[in-house]
Write a new protein. Structure first.
Length: 309
């Protein structure tokens, strides 16, 4: 069995694996796609001390750094079930889609999250060419330009407020007849001169040439179609944690994120979690790495307190 088994190979999982392996303990990583969301990213300009890098390059560095150590990397392996130990100091089991079963004294869950898509024509085609999901990452790329934010929940309205300070103009489109964000955020939004809010708007298409040049939407009350000319579209209609396989096993928040304490421990002793899959706010690479390191040190702390067999 492993001492530490990491499930997920994004920034959080890679950091957790390196921190564990450096303690000289038996460490494994099972990942569906090593590199995680970073593989889908182009420019990265907020990974501190690295002014500019690109997703595939950072993903390759993550993998290379993990391979510096004696870590059993099981790539292209999807975990399907977590089975807590029957007695407090027993082994935790992780079942893989290929039928294999892995056992470990501690487990670190770092299966990340995925952005909910609009599923309209042009969205995939113009991904990283004007369509983006991360205001903290890509806001500065649209300095002085016109952008839309899709979604009037808290994250959409927060994004619009944030972007209004950087870009030239923000159009916020909400499907419902009213915004769903907290009133204090809505009030702040309405006070900004360069933001326009359109409700009852169903986005129908992302248009562009080699980059985004606009979007079309249908006014759901009149049924009329309209076009907005702009350079960027920030989609803020939800971030879905990859926890479907954990439902009923450990404590999840109403949004499906794994609840962790300040040490990264979940509701199951010996099972830790880190990165975008958890309730820890702000989904960023540098944060996921820090959380991964922290969960790993907590797992080590747990191990040294386990009774000698
Ligand atoms: P992830 O990166 O999501 O990794 C999850 C890992 O778990 C993957 O290996 C996945 O295959 C695996 N996995 C999932 N389910 C299972 C399963 N059941 N069994 C086994 N393995 C599983 N952040 C920034 O800081 N700066 C940026 O510029 C930036 N740009 C971004 C651009 C895009 C397009 C996107 C999508 C995200 C961007 N982010 C950026 C956010 C950043 O990528 C994430 O915060 C970060 O990758 C989270 O790391 P993680 O390890 O928690 O999860």
């Amino acid at each position: 069995p492993f001492d530490v088994l990491v499930v997920g190979g994004g920034p959080a999982g890679a950091a957790a694996a390196i921190y564990a392996a450096r303690k000289g303990i038996r460490t494994g990583v099972a990942a569906e796609r090593f590199g995680g969301q970073v593989l889908d990213t182009m420019a990265i300009e907020n990974f501190i001390s690295v002014p500019y890098t690109e997703g595939p390059k950072l993903a390759a560095s993550l993998e290379q750094h993990v391979h510096e150590y004696d870590v059993d990397v099981m790539n292209l392996q999807r975990a399907e079930q977590l089975i807590p130990p029957t007695d407090p100091n027993g082994l935790i089991e992780v079942k893989l889609a290929n039928g294999a079963s892995l056992k470990s004294k501690t487990v670190i869950l770092s299966t990340g999250a995925r952005w909910r898509n609009m599923n309209v024509p042009g969205e995939q085609e113009f991904r990283n060419k004007g369509v983006t999901y991360c205001p903290h990452c890509d806001g500065p790329l649209f300095k002085g330009k016109r952008v839309a934010v899709i979604g009037g929940g808290n994250s959409g309205v927060e994004a619009a407020i944030d972007l209004a300070g950087i870009v030239g103009h923000v159009t916020l489109l909400e499907f419902d007849s009213k915004l769903r964000a907290d009133e204090v955020l809505q009030r702040k939004l309405r006070s900004l001169p360069n933001v326009k809010v359109i409700v009852s708007a169903q986005t129908t298409e992302v248009v562009g040439d080699d980059k985004v040049t606009g979007l079309t939407y249908t006014d759901r009350t009149s049924g009329e179609s309209h076009r907005v000319d702009l350079e960027g579209i920030f989609v803020q209609i939800g971030l879905l944690p990859n926890t479907e396989w954990l439902k009923g096993t450990l404590k999840l928040s109403p949004r499906g994120e794994i609840e962790v304490d300040a040490r990264g421990e979940t509701s199951i002793p010996g099972v830790f979690a880190a990165g975008d899959v958890t309730t820890v706010p702000f989904k960023q690479i540098v944060i996921a790495m820090g959380e991964g390191a922290k969960a790993s040190l907590s797992a080590f702390d747990h191990l040294i307190r386990m009774p000698v067999a």
